[in-house]
Design a protein around this ligand. Structure first.
Ligand SMILES: N[C@@H](CCC(=O)N[C@@H](CS)C(=O)NCC(=O)O)C(=O)O
Length: 224
């Protein structure tokens, strides 16, 4: 038996939805990877070793183990990572070939990546209020706002042709953004019945083996 050495190291946090996107892409593409857990809740992300990998103090960060040039070794931003993995390992595509459909898939991904996730992140929550209940209400508001938009964009597409996932019957980068965001939504008691198409995609995704193998619960590391 030959053991394939990992090509990549992923610095991640178990419950980070942006980390889950990349774990899922690596898993779907069967790319060997080594995981390094970076604790968000005790400030490890803001310590010097992690700030060298990502000056914004965020996870995930993807490291290519074979690269000596440090300017090419570390990559930040989950969607940039998925794009890189898509180019070097295109056998399990996460983007359609058709230029319009590819851009449309990206638009769905950005509804989560740009217009939802950053607003419900810890930084904006804590800037908004010191009161945990007000922070929760803030996060819930922005998650619902994003899912409402996603649902409105899905509706005409899925009325025309209902598919298992956002852009067809296979997972795309849009679903890899949506599903981890729904995991967050459920933590904030968002009622998925408000978004029937989104809810159906979540249920379909939960039937995929890679949903479970990349799921946060598999990677939980308690704060010491
Ligand atoms: N746009 C970034 C977002 C990264 C991000 O916000 N990560 C969160 C966890 S999901 C984080 O590291 N938060 C740490 C903090 O807010 O201090 C990406 O897609 O990689």
């Amino acid at each position: 038996m030959t053991i394939t050495p990992p090509e990549f190291r992923l610095y991640h946090y178990w419950r980070s939805s942006a980390s889950w996107r990349v774990r899922w892409a690596l898993d779907l593409k069967k790319i060997p990877v080594e995981f390094v857990h970076v604790q968000l809740l005790n400030g490890e992300v803001d310590e010097a070793p992690h700030l060298k990998r990502n000056p914004l103090g965020l996870v995930p960060v993807l490291e290519r183990l074979s690269e000596n040039d440090s300017t090419k070794r570390f990559l930040t931003e989950s969607l940039a990572m998925i794009l890189w993995l898509e180019d070097i390992s295109p056998e399990v595509p996460l983007l359609p070939k058709d230029p319009f459909l590819k851009a449309q898939t990206w638009a769905f991904a950005e509804v989560i990546n740009a217009d939802t996730h950053p607003l419900q992140n810890l930084g904006p929550q804590f800037l908004h209020s010191e009161d945990p209940e007000k922070r929760k209400a803030w996060a819930k508001h922005w998650i619902e706002n994003g899912l409402r938009g996603y649902e409105a964009m899905l509706k005409p597409l899925h009325e025309k042709k209902e598919t298992r996932f956002t852009m067809g019957d296979t997972l795309s980068v849009a679903d890899l953004c949506l599903v981890p965001q729904i995991y967050n939504a459920l933590r904030f008691n968002v009622n998925l019945d408000l978004f029937p198409n989104v809810k159906r995609l979540w249920e379909n995704a939960a039937q995929e083996p890679t949903f479970h193998s990349s799921h946060p619960d598999r990677y939980e590391v308690p704060v010491l």
